[in-house]
Design a protein around this ligand. Structure first.
Ligand SMILES: [Zn+2]
Length: 271
């Protein structure tokens, strides 16, 4: 949508030099910023976020703390295995997994590039159980490993920098992106109202691979249908959860998830 504002020639230059084919999905993605730079910026934003929010410790709530650690570690192990089986372990270089539960009534969870995962306590009643949590964490982590953050930041950069700066940015891969670009892309640190929803393609990919990762980690992928149906019912109110605002959910999406189920179930049964 934002790209439409660019002239065709500028768009041509960006597409020519800025696109990379994703090793897992095969889809061509606009990549103006490097994964390394993004992971570095993500780490700064992640630490800042943790310093400003109440992180739930094992001492404070052992049951909820433990379930987030357990699900996160199982999904990370499944992803490591999946990429190794495809000979793509290098895609995960720089990933140092961390899982945190933070006290917040918001229904939300996210994974930053580099494997920094945060679950909000407000998500737990909607997830309902360990498997529901695995569905959400699998989906969020899939966004990260599929470079969706890198792609969205790049789209924002392309839209905001304008034609004259594009070539210099492309020549200088170490460009520092503005914090507000990062924040607009990442719901965690965004102000209310400026969250950019994931594209349908990104959502579809995160559903697809998130289901596979959760299934490989030993969680029944069927739970995804019930979870997203619960999420769909939470929409429309004044207090629509952040997770729903960044992940538009409707009957089409749920039908798509059902269509993905046979493949996910094969991974679930093959463990
Ligand atoms: Zn998503």
């Amino acid at each position: 949508m934002l790209l439409k504002k660019l002239s065709l020639s500028t768009l041509g230059i960006i597409m020519l030099f800025g696109c990379t084919r994703n090793a897992i999905s095969g889809r061509s993605q606009l990549m103006l910023t490097s994964e390394t730079d993004l992971q570095s910026q993500a780490l700064t934003e992640y630490k800042d976020f943790l310093s400003k929010n109440k992180v739930v410790t094992a001492a404070a709530d052992k049951k909820d703390y433990d379930v987030v650690q357990k699900v996160g570690k199982r999904i990370a192990a499944a992803i490591t295995k999946y990429y190794a089986q495809k000979g793509l372990s290098s895609e995960l270089s720089g990933y140092k997994w961390e899982f945190n539960l933070v006290q917040s009534s918001d229904v939300n969870a996210w994974c930053m590039p580099g494997g920094k995962v945060v679950v909000y306590t407000g998500l737990l009643p909607v997830a309902q159980n360990e498997t529901g949590l695995a569905i959400v964490m699998g989906h969020e982590i899939a966004h990260a490993v599929l470079h969706h953050g890198q792609e969205r930041v790049s789209q924002q950069q392309a839209a905001s920098i304008g034609g004259s700066l594009v070539s210099s940015v492309l020549a200088n891969g170490k460009n520092k992106m503005a914090s507000n670009v990062f924040n607009a892309v990442y719901a965690p640190t965004a102000q209310m109202g400026v969250i950019l929803p994931n594209s349908r393609k990104q959502e579809s990919e995160a559903d697809h691979y998130g289901l596979i990762f959760a299934a490989m980690a030993g969680y029944n992928p069927q739970e995804a249908i019930a979870f997203w149906e619960r999420m769909e019912k939470m929409g429309g109110a004044d207090n629509t959860p952040t997770l729903l605002r960044s992940h538009p959910t409707n009957a089409t999406r749920i039908a798509d998830i059902k269509r993905l189920m046979p493949e996910a179930e094969r991974y679930y049964k093959a463990r």
